[in-house]
Design a protein around this ligand. Structure first.
Ligand code: CAA
Length: 268
């Protein structure tokens, strides 16, 4: 069976989930999704990782969507199962405890944009192009895009993207609030790795806690998110990580969160 997924070690605290099916512009068929699910399971167990880059093979496309050839003869039941499966795999990406950075070098269309939306950040080449072309195929986004794009860029813009099938260049996507950064094409990999390494140099469990608190802001109402923040803040004082960070500041040196007793499991 073809191997489409690889988990690459990048540097201390950073790995990369790599999807490689460039001959089909990394289109997502059931096999790719199954392998992605397996890879994400392994990443979830990696307590040493603070950041994960999501990147793909080839220069032209991040991912050109769900596999159109596979969907050609779908029944309604198969359509439902495919959407539910894709949604669950992307949800597992979304729920990773590490910071996930999608590195978008080219087309991120349909399911490809939906996959990038399941990451925490998107960093894109100036050549990248984004869109939800599904309505042009008589379809709609089925891997969470109708929900996640609305949450990311707002109802009116997201619905325009969904119903016009237009392709948006990187600067328009940036102006819509979709992207964290646009970088020169040849710099993309270096910038993504550098940002991931910067995150990995911080207190590992503090980074995970910050992500959980930001999630609470997405889904909670009223005072709940503030209480979650206070609880995670308090938890910081129960382990060695904050001792190292605070002491290092007082001693005017860089903190050593990795390869020291301060590094390690989330929750410290
Ligand atoms: N599924 C399967 N194969 C795909 C694909 C897809 N989504 N996108 C591209 N490919 C294949 C092409 O069929 C072609 O294969 P062959 O060489 O065997 O013919 C190969 O990748 C290269 O593609 P093109 O020749 O089309 O390359 P291009 O440079 O001319 O165009 C493109 C690039 C604009 C991205 C174009 O390929 C394209 O429009 N792709 C489809 C984009 C799309 O509609 N995505 C949405 C899919 S539906 C979806 O994602 C539903 C969902 O939410 C669950």
């Amino acid at each position: 069976m073809a191997q489409f997924l690889n988990l690459a070690e990048v540097t201390a605290g950073v790995a990369a989930i790599e999807i490689s099916r460039p001959e089909a512009l990394n289109a997502l068929n059931t096999e790719v999704l199954m392998q992605l699910a397996e890879c994400v399971k392994k990443v979830r167990e990696r307590h040493d990782l603070s950041a994960v880059i999501l990147r793909t093979g080839g220069d032209k496309a991040f991912v050109a969507g769900a596999d159109i050839k596979e969907m050609l003869h779908f029944t309604q039941q198969q359509g439902h199962d495919f959407a539910r499966f894709g949604q669950s795999v992307f949800e597992s990406v979304f729920n990773l405890p590490q910071i996930v950075i999608a590195q978008v070098q080219g087309f991120a269309l349909g399911g490809g944009l939906e996959l990038a939306l399941a990451a925490d950040f998107m960093i894109a080449s100036e050549k990248a192009k984004f869109g939800l072309p599904e309505v042009g195929l008589g379809l709609i986004p089925g891997f969470g895009g109708t929900q996640r794009l609305v949450r990311r860029i707002g109802y009116a813009r997201a619905l325009e993207w969904m119903t016009s099938a237009e392709r948006y260049p990187a600067d328009a996507a940036f102006n819509s609030g979709l992207l964290n950064r646009i970088v020169a094409h040849e710099e993309l990999g270096r910038v993504a790795e550098s940002l991931a390494a910067t995150i990995a140099a911080q207190g590992p469990s503090a980074v995970r806690s910050a992500k959980q608190c930001a999630r609470a802001a997405l889904y909670s109402q009223g005072d709940f998110g503030f209480e979650i923040e206070a609880q995670f803040f308090a938890q910081r004082f129960g382990g060695s990580e904050s001792k190292e960070g605070l002491t290092a500041f007082m001693e005017k040196r860089k903190p050593q969160f990795r390869n020291s007793s301060a590094s390690g499991q989330a929750g410290q």
